[in-house]
Each structure stands twice: as structure tokens, then as C-alpha cells.
Design a protein around this ligand. Sequence first.
Ligand SMILES: O=C(O)CCC(=O)C(=O)O
Ligand SMILES: [Fe+2]
Length: 319
Amino acid sequence: MLNFIIRIMTRELPTTFSLYLLPADVPEILTRLKSHGLNDLQSRMFTVAKEYFSLPRDEKLLYPITKQNEGYISLGQEKLDTATQQNQAGPKLLINQKECYNILKRTTKNDVPMVLRENFPLLEELRWRCYSLCMQLLKYLATGFEINENYFTDNHDWSADGGDLLQLLHNPPTDKTAIRAGMHSDYGSFTLVFQRENESGLQVFDHLQNEWYNVEPCEDMCVVNTGDMLEYWTNGFVKSTIHRVMPLINNQEKDRYSIAFFSIANNPTLLTPIKSKFLVKDYQMYQKDEHAKDIFDYENRKSITAGEHLQMRLNRTYK
Ligand SMILES: O=C(O)CCC(=O)C(=O)O
Ligand SMILES: [Fe+2]
């Protein structure tokens, strides 16, 4: 499915960046963005993130995650893969061995701990540049589907209420039975993920082959995940990328850092399927996706709003 998006998106891409598929033999499942222009910003942000995560736990807990999804998430606090966690988690299985700091678009200098406050201009710039990149991608996507090119971006208005999120992540050293981030899909439209060299562990799931693929960090590139909102908007034609983070043999004893930006539609946006000639009228064709079934009321075809979807996913994550 993704290769369709890439095809239609690359048609319109300017020469300043290009989209790559990897691994080359499974072009359906993964998109990377090259020459995104954020190398310097993201590498400076990693330095700040390392400094932040090395603070004593008590200090980090002074800014705990809020209902609005802002602040510090401690190890194991998130429940990403609820099914596995309930069914397979033995007492020794450590899940979601990651800690995060969430920065919303509304987050101001006064809302964050000192280390982040001192570096707030950097944080603001990265947040804005990531958002702008996602908006560009959404325009290409709309163009590709031959709908109004502003259709998606109008529903991602930076000044309106919505959950856009910059997330700093840290996986501490662990043993090989632990899971660094359980299998999940992201909640929004596009997600950008920045990884550091030699800090692999991210894996994406290929529905067709029923297999996981390692997403090795690539210099000068970030990973682009499609999220649930694109799945709704395209009636399941675009699949929300299923992914996880595992400790790999060569790095389980090492720290791993990553940065993610989640673009998320404005709260009141109705996630009704777009009217594109590329999407069949017959809903049946795309309804069979297990993941979408879980998050969509197919019975009544009642459209959900972006805010409702986000709240539902967050409620499950922090239950
Ligand atoms: O750490 C990563 O590479 C990805 C993390 C992730 O999937 C998430 O936070 O949603
Ligand atoms: Fe994710």
C-alpha cells in the first residue's frame, strides 16, 4: 500500500529531498525521508535529550505525564500492545522499557524542566520544522489522491487544538527478554522518527509476509510512519504502520535514544474517508484490516473525530 503513496508523492516531490523505500525487497512497508534538512537540529536535540534522561529519577518525576499528554513517562508506564501485555506477559517479561518526555505544540518554556528550558529555542525550532515537513508530505498525499491539496493540512492547523507531539525517547540497557516498545501503531497522520547510528531496534511489521523487519538507522534519513488517522481518512487503504522496538543482540546492553514527531489532526476533525477516485466506493474492500476493526465502528459507520480517537488511544495507553 505504501508504495502507492510513495509513487503518488514522489511525483510531486521537489529535488531538495526524496523518499526512499527500505528494505528494497519489501517496498510495501517502510518509507524514509532523505535530505530533510534537520540533521544539525536533531543531533543537538539528542545531546540535550541525553542530558535530560541522565537526571535522577526523582527529578524527572517532578514533571509527570498529564492528561493532555505532556511531560515525563517513566519506564513501563505506557501500555502500547495491550493484547500481548495481557495475554503473554509472564511475570519476568519487561515491557516498554522506555522513558519519554512529551512536548506538545502548546508546551511553553515555563512548562518544562530546566535542561529543556535552557534549550527551548532548539526544541521549538525542531518541533516547528518537523510539523512543516509533515504538512508538506500531507500536501503531496492529497495531490496524489487528487483531492484538494490543502484538505489534510487544513485539518492540521498549528493554531487550533490538537495533539501534535514531539517526543524524546530513551531505552536504557536491558536484557534480551525485555521489549523496548511493544507492538503498536501511531495515533496521528504521519510520524517522523529520528534514530542514532548503531542504535537499532526499531522494527516494522509486514502484514503480507507476516514478518518483522529491522529498520536500521540510516545517516541523513528519518523514518516516516503512517498513522491511524490516514487509515481512517483513506478507509483503510493506507495502513497504519505496525512497529515495535526490540533489544537486539548487539545493543541490548547499551542505551538507545530516539526522537519522534507525531503530526495529529485537530481535535474537531471528522475522520471520514476522503472522496478520491483511487478509493473504491464499496467499503467492504478495505474493511477487513484487523487493526482498523479495533478502532473503527464499522457496524454503524459513525465517523470518529481526531480528538476522540486520540483520547481513546491515550486512555488505553495509560490505563
Ligand atoms: O523509538 C523508536 O524508534 C520508536 C518509538 C515509537 O514507536 C513511539 O514512540 O511511538
Ligand atoms: Fe510508534
